[in-house]
Ligand binder design. Sequence first.
Ligand SMILES: *Cc1c(COP(=O)(O)O)cnc(C)c1O
Length: 387
Amino acid sequence: MQIKEIDKTYVANTYDRYDPVFVSGKGSLVYDDTGKAYIDLAAGIAVNCFGIADDAWIKAVTEQLGKLQHLCNKYYTAPQAILAQKLCERTGMKKAFFANSGAEANECLIKVARKYGHEHHGADCSNIITLKNSFHGRTMATLTACGQDSMHTDFGPFVPGFLYADANDFASVEALADDSVCGVLMEMVQGEGGVNALDADFVQAVAALCKKKDILLLVDEVQTGNGRTGKLYAYMHFGVQPDVVSTAKGIGGGLPLGVCMMGEKTADTLTAGTHGSTFGGNPVCCAGAVNILDRLDDALLSDVTRKGDFIRRELLSCKGVAGVSGMGLMIGVSLTDKKAADVAHACLDAGVMVMTAKDKIRILPALNIPDELLSKAIDIMKGIIEA
Ligand SMILES: *Cc1c(COP(=O)(O)O)cnc(C)c1O
């Protein structure tokens, strides 16, 4: 059987896959099994920060792989400790817990918020406010946390303790923020929800309310983090300091790694035995992440901003584009007439990989995509949108 038939026969039907079968790549170029090349503007959903088969990352990963691939988390290993130190030093957070995915990082964040609420404000303080249209993962708790009704069918009963406010509507958060609430969870740019950045006024007002009421400010940086928006973490654009930050996707550079970072208030909330993971903080994933994090320096971050501005400028001058949203290299494109899904299919046929988010095209290239490839891909995309 051909790969596509085998996949259709034996792999669960959870993904509506595109047609090509991909076999290899280098940087921002990916090749299918016919040898056709594609320019990658998706980076595996903001995962492959430095593209495919990046030499320095492969070296870091394979060196660790040859030394020690895994041990139980009851033992010390260097890559996890060093990664935690570097993350804390660059964010002002105090401690890191390592998981394997974004959803798991958010599970940890939810546990921290509830335990903090219980310890400081009593057993009834366990509700978490999230925003409508948000996305936080697909485990039962994180799925419940998502503020999207479409995700809340068929899988009930749901995990209690989530309240939904409207993004950019401070009054709707304030109205829910009673003594039962231990945290407010937000993405600074809603990714799956359509690449919509929150207003700075709104984020700052929520942060001030949280501070006043000792409610934890919880920021989901799974997609926005690790240089994607032109800062190391997107909250850094907003002048706020969260109490808990979750991240995943880009931090591992392509290996599964999630992180939940705790700030001053919550550094000691989790104690021995209250949380854990078999694979979380695996030495190989962490060695790769240390390499990624070290390269997310000021020069790289300002280049992300420059490339994002270039894409924005190009697309705003394109007939058929109604608007461009997002920050840095996390970009949503709304169209006047065409359907985003149709444009994504046509782009793929023309050798450019893009994603969609709701009714927008979503662009999330590798942070180091070469300028020539980027402008070639944007030209192809513009041609399709204008046609
Ligand atoms: C992708 C994503 C998640 C879930 O991450 P997984 O690794 O798929 O579990 C959670 N939150 C946000 C904002 C995401 O974009």
